[in-house]
Write a protein that binds this ligand. Structure first.
Ligand code: PRP
Ligand code: URA
Length: 211
């Protein structure tokens, strides 16, 4: 079974509480999602493999560590996942970015895929799939399915979100048990409309000022 981790860092918790507030405007919401995403990226990347390399400092030759292993791609689930990309590229600037467009039917809550554009070598990369909200899990499960269809392996996929519902975590774990899941909060439940309770509302609308 993949890892499930709630990121308890005090800055993550404090910033998340600020953007749960319904009175927070688009600019502050967007900036803070980016800040939280940087902190999440730090946690999600903490087990990246290292190798030893020989370098020469101004003083002497020495053996030090650098990143080894697979190159990285960040895969936001559109739209709201876009709000997390810059936080990740701040720490991993050479990462490629893939896009999976997914919208959730408001009646059925079923996801609909409308766009997929991925790096050509996506199956060889370490993938960070990002979306602020994991509700029923339908969008995340379909997005991971789209990656697997293109040859990506579960062990190379990490899913990162800001707020998760228990239903969504269970859905990913049932469909793709080897995918690691990171979230800043595990909330109580979903309401009748499929919104996370207490949640933060519609992340896409709050990020982009729509609705
Ligand atoms: C939101 C969110 C997730 C999805 C989560 O996207 O960003 O992608 O809902 O719900 P689920 O776990 O039940 O699938 P939405 O469909 O509202 O699209 P948007 O990002 O374009 O606003
Ligand atoms: N999508 C959102 O943006 N918010 C929720 O609470 C659930 C799904």
């Amino acid at each position: 079974m993949g890892k499930f981790e709630v990121i308890e860092h005090p800055l993550v918790q404090h910033k998340l509480t600020m953007i749960r507030d319904k009175n927070v405007g688009t600019k502050f919401f967007r900036e803070t999602v980016k800040e939280i995403s940087t902190l999440i990226a730090y946690e999600v990347s903490k087990n990246m493999p290292l190798k030893e390399v020989e370098i020469e400092t101004p003083i002497c030759k020495t053996t030090q560590k650098e990143l080894a292993g697979k190159k990285v791609a960040i895969v936001p689930i559109l739209r709201a996942g876009l709000g997390m990309v810059e936080g990740f590229t701040d720490l991993i600037p050479a990462a490629k970015i893939g896009f999976i467009g997914m919208y959730r039917d408001e009646e059925t809550l079923k996801p609909h895929e409308y766009f997929v554009k991925l790096p050509s070598d996506v199956s060889e990369r370490q993938l960070f799939v990002v979306d602020p909200m994991l509700a029923t899990g339908g969008s995340a499960v379909d997005a991971i399915g789209a990656l697997k269809k293109r040859g990506c392996e579960e062990k190379n996929i990490k899913f990162a979100c800001l707020v998760a519902a228990p239903e969504g975590v269970k859905a990913i774990q049932a469909a793709y048990p080897d995918v690691d899941i990171y979230t800043a909060a595990l909330d109580e439940r979903l309401n009748e409309q499929g919104y996370i309770v207490p949640g933060l509302g519609d992340a896409g609308d709050r990020l982009f000022g729509t609705k």
